[in-house]
Design a protein around this ligand. Structure first.
Ligand code: ADP
Length: 376
């Protein structure tokens, strides 16, 4: 069977590595010659994952179509689905997720806890006061890794810095950020993995490190899984989903957002679960039964981000030094060009307990670096 994916970055690449072990093939639609996924085991068709014409030609070559990004041409996918192309998740789900304000409405209507919000039409300063300061302004579409998210400190702040349509939500102070991966198939079977705790680079809003399972009560962990499943159900979600949540100081769980695809917060499942997020994604795409997702050990995953101050041909340092360590799993995304904070790979460190994994992860982190060859 030929599985097609719109986008050929590392998420498609990691899926390709899983599919390589089956009788099936992953084909990616990506405009860049030798995209990361193609170097990680996928076949590539050169083309734009947002051009209706390119998607149409691509869809003819595959048996089922999925996505590795959310900023996609959902209108084209809705037409293709009506013409009989098999698309997972459903394009209607992709459309509700692509627009963060529609996502919010969907959670609100389903009674799923999320932070309070206003649409842009209500943006008179008086109405915004109701949410309290600071508040958060977000682009409805196209944001990622914090691009399209602004903190509005007080009423003197400008509200016109994001050029595209936006909405506003209440700022959640001192939140712990969690994520739960959810897989759901057409039969309505559902699996989750243990929640992960996410640590971000605050200036760049990029995931730095994740911890699994986090040191939180069993009640919170099971509630996080439950509301994540409910969020995916509310979106009519079939496929694999990354659900991001806030745990507030008074221990309430709020859904932040859902991604309709494999997610950085699930990378550790390759080594620390009976079934990885990518194998489960394949199961759903292939209409196979979902596999058990029991976690087999604790894990810390950190992203290999391009070092600030350098750009150019990728230079990776320190790999020899970590060869001798057990329980350390390096994934490189084969990107030729490295720029500051670009996601170049990730390393998962497993352990019997989280503190063992944490200690080793810190040592490993100090040994490796990825950067561009030129100083900027
Ligand atoms: P993106 O899709 O770009 O990752 P998010 O909505 O996840 O955008 O926001 C990026 C980051 O901004 C979050 O990980 C969180 O740290 C912070 N953030 C977003 N919304 C809020 C909020 N309502 N309150 C506090 N922090 C927020």
């Amino acid at each position: 069977m030929k599985i097609g994916i719109l986008g050929g970055g590392q998420l498609a690449g990691l899926l390709a590595q899983e599919i390589k072990q089956t009788e099936d093939t992953l084909i990616v639609l990506d405009p860049g010659e030798k995209c990361p996924a193609s170097l990680m085991g996928a076949r590539q068709v050169i083309g734009s994952p947002v051009s209706e014409q390119d998607i149409r030609i691509f869809a003819k070559q595959v048996d089922v179509l999925t996505v590795e990004l959310e900023n996609i041409n959902t209108e084209a996918l809705i037409k293709l689905a009506a013409e009989g192309v098999s698309i997972v998740p459903f394009p209607e789900t992709l459309a509700s997720i692509k627009d963060k304000l529609l996502q919010k409405h969907c959670f609100f209507e389903a009674g799923i806890p999320t932070c309070e919000y206003f649409s842009e039409k209500q943006k008179s300063v008086d109405s915004l006061k109701e949410l309290g300061w600071p508040l958060v302004q977000k682009s409805r579409t196209g944001g990622y890794d914090g691009r399209g998210v602004l903190i509005i400190r007080d009423e003197s702040s400008r509200l016109d810095l994001l050029p595209e349509p936006t909405y506003f939500e209440a700022f959640v102070p001192d939140a712990i950020e969690l994520a739960v991966m959810v897989a759901r198939n057409k039969e309505g079977d559902e699996t989750t993995w243990e929640p992960t705790l996410l640590e971000f680079d605050r200036n760049q809003n990029i995931l730095k490190t994740l911890y699994s399972p986090p040191i939180l009560t069993k009640t919170i962990l099971s509630q996080a899984k439950q509301i994540s499943i409910e969020a995916v159900r509310a979106l009519g979600g079939i496929g694999l989903f990354g659900v991001e949540l806030f745990l507030t100081k008074d221990e309430r769980l709020l859904i932040n957002e859902v991604a309709p695809r494999a997610h950085n917060s699930g990378h550790h499942t390759i080594e620390s679960s009976e079934t990885s997020q990518f194998l489960q994604q394949y199961n759903v795409l292939r209409s196979k039964p979902l596999s058990p997702t029991r976690s087999t050990c604790a894990a810390v995953m950190f992203n290999l981000l391009g070092e600030p101050g350098f750009e150019g041909k990728t230079v990776i340092e320190g790999m020899d030094a970590i060869d001798k360590f057990q329980n350390v799993f390096v994934h490189l995304y084969q990107k030729f060009h490295c720029s500051p904070y670009r996601k170049m790979g990730h390393i998962t460190v497993t352990g019997e307990t989280l503190s063992i994994a944490k200690e080793l992860a810190e040592e490993i982190r100090s040994l490796v670096s990825v950067r561009g060859e030129n100083q900027i």
